[in-house]
Design a binder for this molecule. Structure first.
Ligand SMILES: *[C@@H]1O[C@H](CO)[C@@H](O)[C@H](O)[C@H]1NC(C)=O
Ligand SMILES: *[C@@H]1O[C@H](CO)[C@@H](O)[C@H](O)[C@H]1NC(C)=O
Length: 262
């Protein structure tokens, strides 16, 4: 008998401390959950969406309702204004679709596709002043946002004539889906610092892009070239100028691809 008592005491002590630790854990977890639960809607502030991954419908709907703007319909008749042979690359194909990320210095090179070949385009431009110019001068859909280098939205600030302005960056895939164009004839990137990072975020089994363009001065241009070549792209010789490289997809879109279309 005498040797059993200390054993009982130690078992009891163990059970007691176990119970205390477990109840503490429950209490702490319960406290965390007690805050008001956020209901995310397309009208939630951008800051509530920073943890939402790129393929979530709520994020895509948010971009659609809050940021996508329709084009200024009055089309430009002065076709000579845009000196570009980008149309040759597409054999003067009509009714194509493009997304241009960051209005490039060679302003309006894609405009010939819109004005002469009836293409539909979306220009994404974060800079508040340049964004205004685009909505006035170009006949494309626009969005005053930036593109995130990750699978999630994030915030960035841009210097404008009115001081610093906070702009939300969204993943490229979410923007493509919001524009109902996960199949594109042309994706033109003008990020220079982040083209490679952004291309890496695309879910390649859910998009099909015929031509991808990146600036010659892109920071990781050799990585971009290698990356795109691994995804079935080859450099296109018919470049419109010396500012951008163009890469063409040399295969057909996989038949099992999940496309979101207009
Ligand atoms: C031009 O595109 C619009 C849709 O963007 C379409 O409704 C219209 O039929 C097209 N016009 C021609 C001539 O193809
Ligand atoms: C629409 O485009 C025309 C022609 O380019 C331009 O004169 C006009 O100011 C634009 N309208 C708006 C509201 O930006």
């Amino acid at each position: 008998m005498p040797c059993i008592t200390p054993r009982l005491i130690s078992i009891f002590a163990f059970l007691l401390s176990f119970t205390i630790v477990m109840s503490l854990l429950f209490y702490v977890t319960d406290l965390k959950d007690r805050g008001p639960r956020k209901v995310l809607t397309a009208y939630s502030p951008d800051s509530d969406l920073l943890n939402i991954p790129q393929e979530e419908p709520i994020l895509i709907e948010h971009i659609q309702t809050k940021y996508l703007k329709f084009p200024n319909e009055s089309k430009d008749t002065d076709e000579q204004k845009y000196k570009s042979n980008i149309n040759l690359m597409f054999n003067d194909m009509t009714n194509g679709k493009f997304i241009e990320v960051g209005a490039s210095e060679e302003f309006g090179s894609t405009q010939i596709l819109v004005d002469s070949l009836n293409w539909t385009g979306l220009v994404v431009e974060p800079h508040p002043d340049r964004y205004l110019d685009i909505t006035k001068l170009r006949h494309v859909h626009t969005a005053n946002i930036c593109i995130s280098p990750t699978y999630y939205p994030r915030e960035a600030s841009f210097k404008s004539i009115k001081g610093y302005i906070k702009i939300t960056c969204f993943p490229l895939y979410s923007v493509m889906a919001a524009f109902k164009s996960t199949n594109l004839d042309l994706l033109k990137l003008n990020l220079k610092e982040a083209d490679y990072q952004v291309l890496k975020t695309l879910p390649w089994t859910k998009v099909c892009i015929k031509v991808i363009s990146v600036p010659v001065k892109s920071k990781d241009i050799s990585m971009v070239t290698k990356f795109l070549s691994n995804h079935g792209y080859q450099p296109n010789e018919l470049t419109e100028n010396t500012q951008h490289y163009y890469f063409s997809y040399k295969k057909d879109c996989p038949s099992n691809i999940r496309i979101i279309q207009m």
